[in-house]
Ligand binder design. Structure first.
Ligand code: GRF
Length: 219
């Protein structure tokens, strides 16, 4: 059976390791999403080179050249329409989106956040988790709503916080989990294998279990 794969854009601003994980998974023709566009808010984003090498259309909407957020977003919207994009994955995209843009993509706009939401919204999540002395930390894929780092949660993964951890070492372990759950969550959304009720997401038949808990006790 041939499936119609959902045309997906990945929006980045920097390194793009989550973008790489999504591109890698979408190489499988049976994966329900194809990455048709990588759109960066910065011309110097390192992730752009990888996307180009992988023959994926790239575009830059340099936020600095626009008069304001609305103009910037209208330009992104045109690019997304030009590429007939159906789903968007924010992957280290460092611009706040307006309610107008979010409204255009309701239920079709995903984000990955490096913390177990609703804890640690915003920046510097790993350092803040360490400063609070939490024992478990992780990452979240969620639908985007106008409020920052809110919206129905699709998948989460947890890691144990080790006594030896620094923000960098913790970030590295969380990032490995990000690369697992983002492609799994996108697959569920692309297949339409879920429904949203209020703030809760119910997943019908996850092909890859999107919520993982990998806590090495005593580690
Ligand atoms: C990731 O930690 C992601 O959770 C956050 O920004 C970082 C982006 O990293 N939103 P990368 O560009 O995907 O490597």
């Amino acid at each position: 059976m041939t499936i119609r794969r959902k045309r997906t854009a990945v929006l980045i601003s920097g390194r793009g390791s989550n973008m790489r994980a999504l591109i890698a998974r979408a190489r499988d023709p049976s994966y329900p999403a194809e990455i048709v566009l990588v759109l960066s808010s910065r011309p110097d984003a390192a992730g752009l080179a990888f996307a180009k090498e992988n023959k994926i259309a790239c575009a830059v909407a340099d936020h600095k050249i626009y008069a304001g957020r609305e103009e910037f977003e209208r330009s992104m919207q045109l690019l997304l329409e030009l590429h007939r994009v159906e789903l968007i994955c924010l992957a280290g995209f460092m611009r706040m989106l307006t309610p107008w843009f979010v409204g255009q993509w309701q239920g079709r706009l995903l984000n990955i956040h490096p913390a177990l939401l609703p804890a640690y919204r915003g920046l510097n999540t790993h350092a803040r988790a360490l400063a609070d002395g939490v024992k478990i930390h992780g990452c979240t894929v969620h639908f985007v709503v106008p409020a920052m780092d809110e919206g129905p949660i699709i998948a989460q993964a947890a890691v144990a916080v080790l006594e030896s951890d620094t923000p960098d070492s913790l970030a590295a372990r969380v990032l490995l989990e990000e690369h697992m759950i983002y492609p799994a969550a996108l697959a569920c959304v692309a297949r339409g294998d879920l429904r949203i009720e209020g703030n809760r997401v119910y997943i019908n038949e996850p092909v890859v279990q999107p919520a993982s808990l990998r806590v090495p006790f005593g580690g």
